[in-house]
Design a protein around this ligand. Structure first.
Ligand code: CMP
Length: 143
């Protein structure tokens, strides 16, 4: 089953949106395969956002994502990568449609509440950066 990596960013955790956000994915029918509340080190932030290294906002991005706890998650289900991107809405909250997470709760692009993998390759990379095999449940095996 397809898996994706999602993360409630420090602004979302601070605003008590973990329940709201996880509830949306649960109600949609996706399965939570792993989750943890954690602080991101400078090294992990640099690695996670490596593709943005040359962007002018890279320093700001790393500073923000390490500024407070995040809620890292792995969700699974059919086409979960694309579906989660739709449910999150556009990166820039002012472009995000009402009904999406960023459309409903986001204000500015740097603090846009949630991160989600944008492809199969990034999902695999991000899941293995944040989780060990033993931290993920296997619903197929357990059922
Ligand atoms: P995310 O999906 O976590 O992936 C990269 C992040 O860069 C993105 O969400 C935004 O939060 C952030 N970002 C994109 N553009 C800008 C910008 N112009 N200024 C600050 N942050 C940005």
């Amino acid at each position: 089953m397809e898996k994706t990596f999602l993360m409630v960013k420090p602004d979302g955790v601070q605003r008590n949106l973990i329940g709201e956000i996880t509830g949306r994915f649960e109600r949609k029918g996706f399965k939570l395969a792993g989750a943890k509340l954690m602080s991101i080190s400078e090294e992990l932030a640099q690695e996670h956002y490596g593709e943005h290294k040359e962007k002018p906002f890279f320093g700001e991005l790393v500073e923000f994502i390490t500024s407070g706890p995040v809620f890292a998650m792995v969700w699974e289900g059919e086409d979960v990568i694309a579906a989660a991107r739709q449910m999150m809405g556009a990166t820039k909250p002012s472009d995000a449609a009402p009904g999406t997470i960023r459309g409903d709760f986001g204000m500015i692009v740097g603090k846009n509440v949630i991160h989600g993998s944008d492809s199969k390759e990034s999902a695999e990379r991000e899941i293995s950066l944040f989780f060990n095999e033993g931290e993920l449940v296997d619903y197929q095996k357990d059922s």
